[in-house]
Design a protein around this ligand. Structure first.
Ligand code: SAH
Length: 220
């Protein structure tokens, strides 16, 4: 991010520091993730009317029936994906308002992110340009097919719930890479899949609440 916009960010710097302290108390341990959450102005990713609640530990609506995940959920998924090492190329399914992508862009070399709702993506494109974040490549498509022309990836994150990781996405995950996503339907848990030389290893973790993955695209 360029310094040109640091003025906007500074208005809520103290609120953001309190959020980060709360995340630490809630068990987030990756200080690199916490530093990035301290730097990215989360309130600029929600509608102005909701900005005052942007740092509360809640999910908030971002239009089109979608939500920005709570700070804890975002932090937890990001630390699981990072696993204490820098990320090369990352794929995100479900760009939404772009907050998660903006964080990943500080932790990875390149971020590829796919969103199925066109008008939502248009707004997010403008927002990321205003924040001068330039290592995110956005695509309006059904993310279930992944981003084969850009893969394989060191990490894949899905930010909408699905009963099982699609094979098409696992095929785009490098050996040594990992995928993080909410797994389930009514009951949902964070799931980490590691691609080892001997195959895929799945770990089921914290209970969460996400909007569902849907097939197809919406253009307007
Ligand atoms: N990471 C987002 C969270 C957005 S909520 C953020 O930081 O704001 C999940 C998003 O996934 C929604 O925007 C929804 O439209 C999108 N989504 C659902 N199914 C999808 C699919 N098949 N392909 C791409 N995006 C999808």
């Amino acid at each position: 991010m360029s310094m040109r916009h640091s003025g906007i960010g500074m208005t809520s710097q103290r609120t953001r520091m309190r959020m980060v302290q709360r995340l630490r108390e809630q068990g987030i341990t990756d200080e690199t993730v916490l530093a990035v959450m301290n730097a990215i102005p989360r309130h600029l990713f929600v509608e102005e009317a909701l900005a005052s609640r942007a740092y509360d530990d809640v999910a908030l609506p971002i239009n089109f029936g979608q939500t920005i995940s709570s700070p804890w959920t975002v932090a937890r998924m990001t630390e699981l994906l990072r696993a204490n090492s820098n990320l090369g190329k990352v794929l995100e399914i479900g760009t939404g308002c772009g907050y998660q992508a903006a964080l990943l862009a500080q932790l990875a070399q390149e971020v590829y992110s796919i969103e199925r709702i066109g008008p939502l993506l248009t707004r997010t494109r403008i927002r990321l340009r205003e924040l001068r974040i330039s290592n995110i490549y956005l695509k309006h498509a059904d993310g279930l097919h992944g981003f084969p022309e850009a893969g394989p990836f060191n990490g894949i994150m899905m930010t909408a719930v699905i009963t099982q990781a699609p094979a098409s996405l696992l095929e785009q995950l490098m050996v040594g890479g990992r995928m993080v996503y909410p797994k389930g339907s009514q009951k949902q848990n964070l799931c980490v899949i590691e691609h080892t030389p001997h195959g895929f290893i799945e770990t089921i973790l914290d209970e969460v609440k996400f909007v569902p993955i849907l097939a197809g695209v919406i253009s307007k």
